[in-house]
Design a protein around this ligand. Structure first.
Ligand code: ATP
Length: 634
């Protein structure tokens, strides 16, 4: 890990003695140490990956785009060679009308070759234009197929986030650019090759002259692209922070707290810091890119002058006739136009290829984080008789101590089991493990004796319903918020909403179940915290799951609604097992079993009466809450 700071050469380490380095100012640099050679060697595989992607997006458009450009190149050669014949006829001795007549067949050939070339390029261009959106869509779909399947723990990993941000921000759009520029590079290369072949046919000594002009421009393009990429890579963590700050300053949800806590100056100050950093790095890169370009242009000019001087010498010493020299000038000009285009597109390909490389790297990384499917995954587990956590230990990625240590709990079919304990004691973590969202590092979660790892993850999760403490307020309609991708059934929807007390919420909305729950859209509605909580609970009831986990489902409910909800939860269990996490101990009195967690371990377990008789942690917490209600104001 190296540190760096704005205003300095981006690749010079800086100890910044005495200053605290923010986490978004530091990053791993191993990728940036790649040499030009390494990166150049990467290009062919990137091009191959891009062409593979283009082929998968549309074989027909890829074929038309490639063959159209290749054939157009062939007609360029024909046209240039025929031009030499035209010049030879026109510059020959004899009366002008005769010379023109002699040149006529070659002239017609030049016209036909030019027309055909134009037609082919137009067809190829149309195919290329069609290819772009198809490739973009394919790249994006693949990315989201992975991000929605990777294990949940990946989202606790900052490296994964950084890689995902780079892949989403630039990788996806640049995938289409790589495909587009790959084809453009083929076009440019064919154009240059056509001119080189035409020059070779005119006289073998002329061919290398064209290539001399390519070297400086190519060097400059590659160096400029690399400088740009280095800046992008270095800034990716800072950009994530900038996006986060801009969301805090311009999104609806934090808007009230930004004002209430007078956070404006603080946020703007933080934003200015990141923006300064970004600007300084960008200016530094722009300066170095401009110097590189100027150097490249100067050298290209010198090389071009050298080419024309050589041509003049060849003409003067009689190595080539005037007609060949004329056609050679034309071929060199054509070749240089193609060469400039080739260098420019190579530059873009190289640059986009680096971002596309990020996209490919992220896809590989995400594939490694896909949950391992067992060799013979059993499909949807039938409702269980027992669900056991056996000596489970779990540590979050990057955390220095376990969130759960040697935890064992048992849930019987149709039971209401409560998890209680102080903040951070591990209740939510245990619930997520029971739901199969995280895998324990030690111990096992067994569904009727079968380790959860033996089940197919998707089908397992269909048998479990988790109403998270920080449940998502989906910007969708009420119906979609409850049904959550399952087939919509009106009777079931109404029953789930009634069980959760969400029917009253729906009755108050003008569009009922079709009301859109997001004020940022026209006609959207907002709900109170408690109303949202009822909608979230209705989600839990709607799913036909063997295990339903309610993580603090009543924290935002008023006392009456809370009491009613617990009654309903008990009444609607219907053979389902309910795991209830709550701090309101009066609500868990009637649970079949209560587990008391303390610092990631089960401290006590039993029924309310058993735990009260024990006079341990549960009894203390219960008494504390009860006494708060008993206290009278003097
Ligand atoms: N994604 C995460 N990455 C790292 N550590 C985490 C993560 N989520 C929770 N923890 C840590 O794991 C421990 C248990 O957290 P957990 O959310 O399970 O507690 P809890 O009992 O549900 O708390 P609360 O009552 O406040 O909801 C805490 O120390 C917490 O800081």
């Amino acid at each position: 890990m190296r540190l760096w700071w704005r205003g300095r050469r981006a690749d010079v380490p800086d100890d910044r003695s005495g200053l605290v380095v923010a986490y978004w100012e530091s990053h791993d640099e191993h990728l940036l140490t790649a040499t030009l050679g390494t990166i150049a060697r990467r290009l062919p595989s990137l091009v191959a990956a891009a062409l593979r992607m283009a082929w998968q997006a549309s074989p027909r458009d890829t074929t038309v785009a490639l063959t159209g450009n290749l054939l157009a190149g062939v007609f360029t050669v024909f046209g240039l060679v025929a031009t030499s014949d035209v010049l030879a006829s026109l510059l020959a001795a004899g009366p002008t009308p005769e010379r023109v007549r002699d040149a006529l067949p070659s002239l017609l050939f030049v016209a036909a070759a030019t027309g055909l070339r134009g037609g082919l390029l137009a067809a190829a261009g149309w195919a290329q234009a069609r290819l772009k959106p198809q490739v973009e869509r394919l790249a994006e779909t693949r990315l989201f197929e992975l991000t929605t399947r990777v294990e949940l723990a990946a989202f606790d990993d900052h490296d994964f986030h950084n890689a995902m941000r780079r892949a989403r921000d630039s990788g996806v759009p640049d995938t289409a650019t790589v495909v587009e520029t790959t084809i453009a590079v083929v076009t440019g290369a064919v154009g240059v090759l056509a001119s080189a072949v035409a020059l070779g046919l005119l006289h073998p000594v002329l061919m290398p002259l064209l290539l001399v002009t390519a070297v400086p421009a190519g060097w400059a393009a590659v160096r400029m692209a690399r400088l740009g990429y280095r800046a992008f890579y270095r800034l990716s963590a800072a950009r994530r922070r900038k996006f986060m700050l801009s969301d805090l300053m311009a999104e609806r949800q934090p808007a009230a707290e930004v004002r209430a806590f007078t956070l404006r100056d603080y946020l703007l100050g933080q934003y200015a810091k990141v923006a300064d950093l970004e600007q300084d790095v960008q200016l530094d890169v722009a300066r170095r890119q401009a110097a590189t370009k100027a150097g490249g242009d100067l050298l290209t000019g010198v090389a071009t002058a050298g080419v024309y001087v050589t041509l003049g010498v060849l003409l003067a010493v009689g190595v080539i006739p005037l007609s060949v020299a004329g056609a050679a000038v034309l071929a060199i000009r054509t070749g240089q136009v193609s060469l400039t285009a080739l260098v420019q597109t190579m530059n873009r390909l190289y640059e986009a290829g680096l971002y596309f490389g990020d996209y490919l790297a992220f896809c590989d990384l995400a594939r490694q984080r896909l949950p391992a499917s067992p060799p013979a995954a059993a499909s949807a587990p039938a409702p269980f008789h027992r669900l056991d956590a056996e000596h489970v230990t779990f540590t979050y990625p990057g955390a220095d101590r376990p969130a759960l240590t040697d935890v064992s709990v048992t849930l019987g079919r149709g039971e209401v089991v409560a998890l209680v304990g102080e903040n951070g004691s591990g209740k939510t973590t245990l619930a997520k493990l029971l739901a199969g969202l995280y895998r324990p590092q030690q111990g096992a979660i067994r569904w009727d004796g079968v380790d959860l790892g033996a089940f197919d993850g998707e089908t397992l999760r269909r048998s479990v319903s988790v109403i998270a403490q920080d449940h998502t307020r989906w910007p969708l309609t009420v119906r979609e918020n409850v049904v959550m991708g399952r087939p919509p059934e009106d009777d079931r929807l109404a029953a789930a909403c009634a069980a959760a007390g969400a029917d009253e919420v729906v009755a108050g909305l003008p569009d009922g179940y079709d009301a859109l729950l997001d004020r940022r859209f026209r006609g959207g509605h907002d709900l109170s915290g408690g109303q949202w909580q009822r909608i979230a609970v209705a989600r839990g009831f709607y799913r036909d799951a063997a295990l339903v986990i309610f993580d603090e489902p009543t924290s935002a409910l008023d006392a009456r609604a809370e009491h009613a909800l617990f009654e309903r939860i008990r009444g609607h269990a219907d053979g389902r097992t309910i795991v209830l996490i709550t701090h309101r101990l009066a609500s868990v009195r009637y649970a079949d079993r209560i587990y008391v967690l303390d610092h990631g371990a089960v401290a006590e377990q039993g029924t309310h009466d058993e735990l009260m008789a024990r006079e341990g942690l549960y009894a203390d917490l219960y008494e504390l809450q009860a006494s708060a209600y008993r206290q009278r104001v003097p």
